[in-house]
Design a protein around this ligand. Structure first.
Ligand code: AMP
Length: 403
């Protein structure tokens, strides 16, 4: 049964078509530079990659083009071969504890959360609506980055601001990357913990966006990202947590507006801001090797912010059975992993095989030696598969409902 998973950004649209329930990937790809002068459509199929440069005026146009391409390439015979679509949504607020079928009500709820994630929820909702217009009878679901973290207790998600204001404006920690952390926890259960019922996992999703999550017995109990994806550890372009008065002083001393300050912390800070070079960890590492002082301090800051959260969660969980590194940097940067582990090894008796670590990029691998008190793994994440699985499960539930 064919299920498509869709991840829409303001000017991009990533997709993967799966054969479920096996989870076999039929094809995948992305549209970039939507609504800009020259767009790019990349299709990956059977190990080949095709790229087309053309104007892509809207997400709806992209989806129509995708469906027509699937037909012209004989991947599907008709639109109806696709039985369900799963759409990633960043902010589900406190409204969504799990993925949800797309209905008039759920669309209105996602729209009501736009103020909490304006850069994400709006394009994601528009994309789902465009898909509905093309395929009105298709079963579609929203899959939220925040749902997995809805198991956090109030003392873990509240911010220490006046309670009435927090309630009035729903200002609390929602977390993000939930789909990824949940996927990683499932892989840990299947391949590492196996029959043990109770386990403590620290999951590190470290890409251009990054978050760390404390997971106990499959449930998120604390996570680094906050109200929005700006919070938590330092990231490619985002500052992560800091003394909130920095916000006040930046506005006051630089004469910035509220909006400009928010943008500065979201788009010009983190690795990019401190290195004054690039948000890409490869560029920063390269500059560091040349002795660039800003690159050296940017990487050091990045490692320490990560280690701080791992330490915090080690305490919060009362220890850890497994630490997992995942996403672009976590999967591909031996330097990052080695430094994080080195900065914690004395406190938590960690030990990794440095040679194996050097060789490990983008593959499932156990890095810890038998001496290590905590098992340390690299696990490639797969958010799209989780989206497809949720869409498949909800589709099955809907089919089984009494008519
Ligand atoms: P993501 O957001 O998960 O796609 O991750 C993007 C980040 O992964 C960027 O900062 C990249 O520099 C980083 N990345 C990807 N490949 C490598 C690599 N081989 N070595 C170091 N960092 C990498």
């Amino acid at each position: 049964m064919l299920i498509i998973s869709i991840n829409a950004g303001s000017s991009s649209l990533k997709f993967k078509l799966y054969n479920m329930p096996r989870g076999t990937v039929i094809c995948g790809g992305l549209f970039e530079r939507i609504d800009l002068e020259s767009g790019i459509f990349t299709l990956k199929i059977n190990g080949t990659k095709e790229e087309k440069h053309l104007q892509v005026p809207s997400h709806g146009f992209a989806l129509q083009m995708l469906l027509d391409t699937l037909i012209s390439k004989k991947i599907i015979k008709s639109y109806h071969d696709i039985k369900a679509a799963g759409h990633r949504v960043v902010q589900g607020g406190s409204l969504f504890k799990r993925s949800a079928p797309i209905t008039t009500t759920s669309k209105a709820q996602v729209a009501s959360l736009i103020p909490l994630a304006p850069l994400h929820n709006e394009p994601e909702l528009n994309c789902a609506t465009a898909f509905e217009a093309i395929l009105p009878n298709l079963f579609q679901v929203f899959v939220f980055d925040t749902s997995f973290h809805q198991t956090m207790e109030e003392a873990d998600y509240l911010f220490p601001i006046p309670y009435d204001l927090a309630m009035k404006h729903q200002l609390r920690r929602y977390g993000a990357h939930g789909t990824s952390h949940q996927y990683l926890a499932k892989i840990v259960e299947q391949k590492i913990i196996r029959n043990k019922k109770s386990y403590k996992l620290i999951s590190c999703h470290i890409g251009s966006g990054a978050s760390i999550c404390a997971i106990k017995d499959g449930k998120s109990i604390a996570t680094s990202m906050g109200l929005t994806p700006l919070g938590g550890i330092m990231m490619g372009t985002r500052s992560g947590d800091m003394d909130p008065s920095v916000y006040y002083y930046l506005q006051k001393l630089e004469g910035l507006t509220n909006e400009a300050t928010f943008q500065l912390l979201n788009r010009k800070s983190g690795l990019a801001g401190v290195s004054m070079l690039s948000s890409d960890s490869r560029d920063v590492l390269e500059a560091e090797a040349r002795g660039d002082k800003n690159a050296i301090i940017a990487d050091e800051l990045f490692v320490r912010r990560s280690a701080d959260f791992i330490s915090q969660y080690y305490g919060r969980l009362g220890g850890a059975d497994v630490i997992v590194f995942s996403a672009g940097i976590g999967e591909n940067s031996p330097e990052y992993r080695e430094r994080v582990v080195r900065s914690l090894e004395e406190a938590y008796k960690l030990d990794i095989d440095l040679e194996l670590n050097k060789k490990t990029r983008g593959t499932f691998m156990k890095l810890s030696t038998p001496k290590s008190k905590v098992k340390i793994y690299v696990i490639p994440t797969d958010e799209e598969l989780m989206i497809a699985k949720d869409a498949y499960q909800l589709y099955q539930e809907q089919q089984n409902e009494p008519k």
